[in-house]
Design a protein around this ligand. Structure first.
Ligand code: F6R
Length: 616
């Protein structure tokens, strides 16, 4: 994880670095730090454990007259605890060079032995300081930062994005990537580096994605990209689709609240342009050709966390429309169990960030075995979509809060579109079903907006339940992964024990958890469309009620059947059954947010987490 930013140019270096770090703080907030040069060419480092605000205080107390070159880092701790001394940047070459790092250096012990043998004393417990020391040794040996930088990156095992600057080479920042993200921002007389475009989107929307095992060297007027052997690499720039407004809170108390409220647009924007002449048409899949899509006999969805629950929901729809078996696997489990893959398998990865290392490795594994890979991703030009045969972007806009919300509903939407596209190409989708899905997509943003409007009711409920220590979530069919997602949201931002269950599983064990007052959210299927499932869930509600549970029923408007057995009822608009998760999850997201708020917690930056999980 960790966020990195680099700058060369005539601008206010500290302002560029700290505003970039503010937007990257979602990647980690255990510590923050910057290194800059002053007018006399001296290197200055300021760094502090804790959130960026503490670094900004330090910079106010100990200002630096920075010239135009600097690097900044926000950390998610791996090697060494979240202390001031372990914060990046780290120094090498007797304090003349500064280095920041995102990733893990796996051969750190071996390299450290070399540093120890050279008599260099390290002050931190980090793998990064070892790299800084090694780079320092190479610079003294070769007298040239570029040669030294290339030599060092070739020796590192693991994952890294590294940024380095040196007092004797003051108008340059060097950056290398290996299995961690890196983008260049192209300015006018200034250039930028970042873990993602959020680092510099306040200054420029022209960007270049740096490819795997490449080095970028930026000066105010130039950008050069080379491979680890020094051979020049050509690159293309692209325009970043969103601006800083999209990445600000827009009047809400938290990014998470803003992002929950943006879900009608996230869904609408993901569908936009993909209904052509009354048919679902995803250009990126069309580009693969119909024959491979007709030939596939199995789909495996790989993802982690919230994205994996979106995958589980998507699997129901893809099987229903495209009549191909779909399994869903956690990315980190997938490749270590030697899955059976053939040239008729398709692997669909789902990732908001497009940088999740576990998912990236699963995609690489599949690709190496000749499998067609499709990425569902929210982040333009991220590593996973670039690694995949086709990228189907969700257009949810930047998601900043660590807990994923709008990306989740957009991911479900994208997977449904994929299911419909495959169904059409494979001839398994009836015209009536396609027309019904298109109609459903048209009304969906409005229905999601109605679900967003449950906010006040949920806020009250959460307020009354502020002391709750455990919450259960129950669902059936597509409601089951939705229940899992409701539980995950509560765990991650309110730090409350929560579990999601398939309603039919209750009697096989979990019902023993039900005690007097135990809150249980129940996602009730539509009685109009799924009367059988509705009555089965209704009987679960009665069984739990008989054992003292406090039942909070999420029902479609007009469902009166469960009213006698529910303590609280949250009413949602009528949608087709398969679309229920996209509206039902919204009150669960609000509940987690409001409960965390009632407990006085930081909903955007929950403890121990980071948004983009770029370590395995
Ligand atoms: C939960 C959450 C995580 C992510 C997971 C995958 O709110 O955000 O569970 O869903 O880490 O991240 P991406 O989608 O970026 O691959």
């Amino acid at each position: 994880m960790c966020g990195i930013v680099g700058y060369v140019g005539p601008g206010d270096t500290l302002e560029v670095l700290t505003s970039g770090l503010k937007r990257l703080e979602y990647r980690g907030y255990d510590s923050a730090g910057v290194a800059v040069l002053d007018d006399y060419g001296e290197m200055h480092v300021r760094k502090r454990s804790g959130k960026l605000a503490r670094l900004v205080e330090l910079l106010d107390d100990q200002p630096i007259a920075a010239t135009g070159t600097g690097i900044g880092h926000t950390r998610w701790a791996t090697h060494g605890g979240p202390t001031d001394v372990n914060a990046h940047p780290h120094l090498g070459d007797d304090g003349k060079l500064a280095l920041i790092h995102n990733g893990i250096v796996e051969n750190f012990a071996e390299l450290k032995a070399e540093i120890d043998a050279a008599g260099i004393e390290l002050v931190s417990e980090t793998d990064t300081e070892v790299v800084a020391a090694l780079l320092g040794l190479e610079v003294s040996r070769t007298g040239d930062l570029e040669t030294a930088f290339r030599a060092v990156v070739k020796r590192l095992h693991g994952t890294f994005t590294l940024l380095a600057m040196h007092r004797d080479d003051p108008a340059r920042v060097y950056a290398a990537r290996h299995s961690s993200p890196l983008v260049v921002g192209l300015g006018d007389g200034e250039n930028f580096l970042g873990s993602d475009v959020a680092a510099f989107v306040g200054y420029t929307r022209r960007a270049v994605a740096v490819e795997e095992d490449n080095i970028a060297i930026i000066t105010p007027d130039s950008v050069r990209i080379i491979d680890f052997d020094g051979a020049p690499v050509s690159f293309e720039e692209y325009e970043v689709a969103w601006n800083t407004d999209a990445a600000d809170k827009g009047g809400w108390d938290s990014f998470m609240a803003k992002e929950i409220s943006e879900q009608p647009d996230a869904v609408a924007n993901t569908v936009r342009g993909r209904v052509v002449d009354g048919h679902i048409e995803i250009d990126e899949l069309t580009a693969l050709g119909d024959a491979p899509l007709q030939a596939i006999d199995r789909i495996i969805i790989v993802a982690c966390g919230t994205a994996s629950y979106a995958g589980q929901i998507g699997a129901y729809a893809i099987e229903q429309w495209a009549r191909v078996p779909v399994s869903v696997e956690l990315s980190h489990e997938f490749r270590y169990r030697e899955p059976v893959l053939t040239d008729r398998t398709m692997v669909i990865s789902v990732s908001q960030s497009g940088e999740t290392m576990d998912t990236m490795m699963a995609v690489k594994y599949a690709k190496e075995r000749g499998v067609t890979t499709v990425s569902v991703c929210n982040t333009q030009s991220a590593s996973i979509p670039r690694e995949s045969d086709a990228a189907v972007y969700t257009h949810a806009g930047p998601e900043v809060a660590v807990a994923s919300t709008k990306a989740f509903t957009a991911q479900i939407t994208a997977l449904y579109l994929i299911g419909l596209h495959l169904g059409r190409v494979r001839g398994t989708l009836t015209e009536a079903d396609e027309a019904a899905a298109i109609l459903a997509f048209e009304s969906l943003p409005g229905h999601v907006a109605e679900a967003v409007a449950t906010h006040e009711q949920i806020a009250q409920l959460a307020h009354w339940m502020a002391d709750t220590r455990s919450v259960l979530f129950l669902g059936r069919h597509v409601g089951y992964p939705t229940a899992l997602e409701g539980a995950l949201k509560l765990k991650e931002i309110a730090y409350i024990h929560a579990e999601g269950f398939a309603a039919g599983e209750l009697k096989h064990g979990p019902i023993a958890l039900i005690d007097h007052g135990q809150p249980v959210f129940v996602l009730v299927p539509s009685p109009r469309q799924s009367p059988v499932m509705h009555s089965k869930v209704e009987s679960k509600i009665q069984e739990m009620r008989a054992r003292g549970a406090r039942v909070i029923a999420i029902v479609e408007n007009g469902d009166t059947l469960v009213l006698p057995f529910a303590d609280d009822v949250i009413r949602l608009p009528l949608v087709d059954s398969i679309f229920e998760p996209i509206v039902q999850v919204v009150p669960l997201q609000w509940f987690a947010l409001e409960l965390a708020t009632a407990k006085g917690l930081d909903v955007d930056q929950p403890r121990n987490l980071a948004k983009s999980v770029t370590v395995e």
